[in-house]
Design a protein around this ligand. Structure first.
Ligand code: PGA
Length: 246
């Protein structure tokens, strides 16, 4: 049985005040859905510390991680550094990092491996552009992204990953994928991942303009195990309402 999980990706947003607001606001959460917030790296310790002070069960994650362990990589933050601050998850392969920072599937796999080596859970994002979907190549494209990353993971630790389908045309646009599009892609991702990981046990999240209004119709789908939420995760009531839809 896969436990549903809702992950908030704050991107380049958030303050220490917001960390405290979420930590205290989620302290009374009694639902069965696992909740995770990924603030900027600078705010991980604040959120993790506040969550622990409030006995709040919210998990904390990073939005990115260095592909290396340590060394002369100015500006990078390693998996063990994120972990030391209190992060248990790390988003890798987000479409913004692939498009704006030139991250390749090989780099995404290296980052995922660094997280797995320290016992953190990578949330591996995949998703096609509108051009690819209009050309009818979305299944093949996303399947290739999944294979390119999973085939490079260290064999002993593969099963601990989370996958996230985030069509680029749905991220931050208000154009959510339809339940039919989501279910069919998630089933495809699970099938493509099967040679590499225990894909029946692996959680596959949907991301892309998830809101309290559309969450329930997406999260009830058989192959959807939760959501990766950007914009709506910056407001506590919206984040909680999305989790309530699981
Ligand atoms: P969005 O972002 O919910 O604002 O569309 C999702 C994401 O980028 O993970």
């Amino acid at each position: 049985m896969r436990k549903q999980i809702v992950v908030g990706n704050w991107k380049l947003n958030g303050t220490t005040v917001l960390c405290h607001q979420f930590a205290s606001g989620l302290a009374d959460y009694k639902g069965s859905v696992e909740l995770v917030i990924c603030p900027p790296a600078t705010h991980i310790d604040c959120l993790a510390g506040a969550a622990s002070a409030h006995h709040s069960k919210v998990g904390v994650g990073g939005q990115n991680v260095a592909a290396q362990f340590s060394g002369a990589y100015t500006g990078e933050v390693s998996a063990s550094m994120l972990q030391e601050l209190g992060a248990c998850y790390g988003i890798v392969g987000h479409s913004e990092r692939r498009a704006l920072f030139g991250e390749t599937s090989e780099m995404v796999a290296q980052k995922a491996n660094r997280l797995l080596e320290v016992g953190m859970t990578p949330i591996i994002c995949v998703g096609e552009s509108s051009l690819v979907r209009e050309g009818g190549e979305h299944g093949k494209f996303v399947g290739r992204q999944v294979t390119e990353v999973l085939s490079r993971l260290a064999p002993s630790v593969e099963s601990a990953v989370i996958l996230a389908y985030e069509p680029i045309w749905a991220v931050g646009t208000g154009n959510t994928a339809s339940p039919e599009q989501v279910q069919s892609m998630h089933a495809h991702i699970r099938a493509v991942a099967a040679p590499f990981i225990n894909s029946v046990a692996t959680r596959v999240l949907y991301g892309g303009s998830v809101t309290p209004d559309n969450a329930a119709s997406l999260l009830e789908l058989p192959d959807v195990d939760g959501a990766l939420v950007g914009g709506a995760s910056l407001e506590l009531d919206k984040f909680l309402a999305i989790a309530g839809g699981c």
